[in-house]
Design a protein around this ligand. Structure first.
Ligand code: DC
Length: 216
């Protein structure tokens, strides 16, 4: 690839954006950052230090001290508890500011990158050539996340999972400093009626169109 290709994949919890982003990264040979993991690591860090998720200063201190060693326990970071904690600390302006430079630098590295999150196309990498906003109905997203979590032994009722998803959507969308909104130049990909193969195929076509448009 001659010029850098930045692919921004945003969308709500359990929309399939993470899987799509990881597969796009493999397809184009680009480094990949799941930015949700950063917020999850901050939430888990606050809890592990015995702190409160209501304590904005504590969350910001954890975010400022974050390094790669905090991102290795993916099983813990992808738990329901970590997701809930992440969505709480992600509302703090200081936490978002502390994580901003690392994400921007990752996006702008030579050769390009794929990032997935909520604000990649709007805040982290507005210059991204390919932007996708991946979504699905709350019911379908709750079913997917329920299968994933119960499949590895977490005990949770589907109704509670759906309530989690709806609450997360409200919190993510209502965030003053960084609301989850589709970038104006992002392409909407609704995966409600798609399996992962169909969703990836649609995503790849969106990226291909963007490459043609940008002469990449
Ligand atoms: O994508 P995820 O479920 O791993 O994200 C966990 C939480 O982190 C989510 O509720 C919102 C927050 N988040 C964010 O605010 N901005 C991002 N770029 C990524 C995640």
């Amino acid at each position: 690839m001659s010029a850098a290709l930045i692919i921004a994949v945003d969308g709500p919890a359990a929309s399939g954006k993470g899987t799509i982003a990881a597969r796009l990264a493999a397809e184009y040979g680009l480094p990949f950052l799941d930015t949700g993991l950063l917020y999850r690591a901050v939430g888990v860090g606050v809890l592990d230090a015995g702190g409160s998720l209501d304590d904005e200063a504590a969350a910001e201190a954890v975010a400022r001290a974050l390094d790669a060693s905090h991102l290795s326990d993916t099983e813990r970071l992808t738990s329901r508890e970590a997701g809930e904690a992440a969505s709480r600390v992600a509302g703090y302006t200081g936490v978002r500011a502390a994580l901003l430079q690392f994400q921007k630098a990752f996006a702008l590295q030579p050769g390009g990158a794929v990032l997935d999150g909520r604000d990649i196309g709007t805040v982290i990498a507005p210059e991204a050539q390919a932007k996708l906003f991946v979504t699905a109905t709350p019911e379908v997203r709750a079913t997917r996340r329920w299968r994933q979590l119960t499949g590895r032994g977490e005990v949770i009722a589907y109704e509670d999972m759906l309530a989690d998803i709806v609450r997360r959507d409200e919190r993510d969308a209502g965030r003053g400093a960084a609301p989850m909104i589709q970038a104006e130049d992002a392409v909407l990909l609704d995966t409600t009626d798609m399996d992962i193969e169909a969703a990836f195929d649609a995503a790849r076509r969106i990226v291909e169109a963007a490459r043609v448009r940008h002469g990449l």
